[in-house]
Ligand binder design. Structure first.
Ligand SMILES: [Fe+2]
Length: 342
């Protein structure tokens, strides 16, 4: 399948420059400068004993140490899934991951994944109320308007209660951490004790997310110094636009895809990079097209927009093999590098 072929390509040290031919420059010279950041997520998953996450996680600590020792890295983004999908959502998971995030020497920005709240209703997760776990996430990881880590950066935050949505700018890039998890974005969840029969949580958060995204994308359009928009969220809205085998009848990602498609189409001289996880297949590729994904087109079709790419992070398997470093140039081009973990 296509993804496997792409996965093999990732062994190259440097993947590619963003798939957009270099645009004419000259405007908005300003203070833009080259910088790099680390993209990680879907970790730590192991070790697990008796259905419970175990701490410490030596391989994760080694990965963090490796990132901390890389002078190029200005900050790190963790796209969610701080536990495995089949372990208890007990409080220690959240407190231990907070400690890990705060062991990053540089700023760390985290956006929640489905494993730490949406899926906590599962019997092997402890049959817990997802909304209770979501509140714990907000209280634990988002107590202030700044990043986590030993050094922090200020973040522009979404309104309450969506404190996990944040924006920061490192010219020429604007970064948006958007709370959009897998498991269909918590839409159409029809199993478990804590069924959200009216989709109340999804509906309210999605409406707020779309308004937040609207505001930021308008700013990115109008500011000539912004040449790259990076959106980080856990969900894979491409391969799982409508996840099979889960009973979902309507996608939780339709509004998001429509919004980014409109922006990418309307801003051919700017780039968008969408960083995600969830499907545990490290890959960097053009993906979005005028027709894919959509409710009527669930498999790739059409010609990908040259100014859009998706980057799926390395998940923890038996050990951390690699991590991605994204290096941004002042003109908005960027390179994605595979860095071996220790
Ligand atoms: Fe995951």
């Amino acid at each position: 399948m296509r993804h496997e072929a792409i996965g093999r390509c990732l062994t190259a040290a440097v993947l590619a420059v963003a798939p957009l031919s270099l645009m004419a420059q000259g405007q908005g010279v300003g203070p833009a400068r080259p910088f790099s950041f680390a993209a990680i997520g879907d970790a730590p998953y192991e070790p697990v004993v008796g259905g419970r996450q175990q701490y410490p996680v030596p391989a994760y600590e080694a990965l963090i140490a490796k990132i901390n020792s890389d002078a190029d890295v200005a900050f790190s983004v963790h796209i969610g899934d701080i536990k495995a999908g089949n372990t208890l959502c007990e409080n220690v998971v959240y407190s231990q991951n907070l400690a890990y995030f705060n062991s990053f020497a540089k700023p760390l920005i985290f956006t929640p994944g489905d494993n730490e709240w949406t899926d906590c209703h599962r019997a092997n997760n402890g049959n817990m109320d997802p909304l209770d776990r979501l509140q714990l996430i907000r209280d634990t990881f988002y107590p202030h308007n700044k990043s986590l880590g030993q050094t922090t950066i200020p973040l522009f935050k979404d309104k309450q209660p969506y404190v996990e949505n944040s924006v920061w700018t490192e010219k020429p890039a604007m970064f948006i951490a958007l709370h959009m998890p897998g498991s269909n974005n918590n839409r159409d969840r029809r199993t478990g004790t804590w069924v959200d029969a009216t989709d109340a949580e999804y509906t309210a958060r999605n409406a707020s997310n779309m308004a937040f995204l609207d505001d930021q994308l308008k700013k990115a359009t109008l500011d000539p110094q912004i040449k790259l928009v990076v959106i980080a969220a856990q969900a894979n809205p491409f391969d799982r636009f409508l996840e099979s085998g889960q009973g979902y009848t309507v996608s939780g990602y339709g509004d998001f895809i429509a919004k980014i498609r409109a922006w990418v189409e309307a801003n051919p001289s700017k780039r968008m990079l969408y960083i995600h996880g969830d499907t545990h297949t490290a890959r960097f590729e053009p993906k979005l097209t005028p027709v894919y994904p959509s409710a009527t087109q669930l498999t790739p079709a059409g010609t990908p927009y040259p100014n859009f790419a998706r980057l799926e992070v390395y998940a923890q398997t038996a050990a951390f093999a690699n991590w991605f470093k994204v290096s941004v140039n002042p003109d908005g081009t960027y390179a994605v590098t595979v860095v071996p973990a220790p």
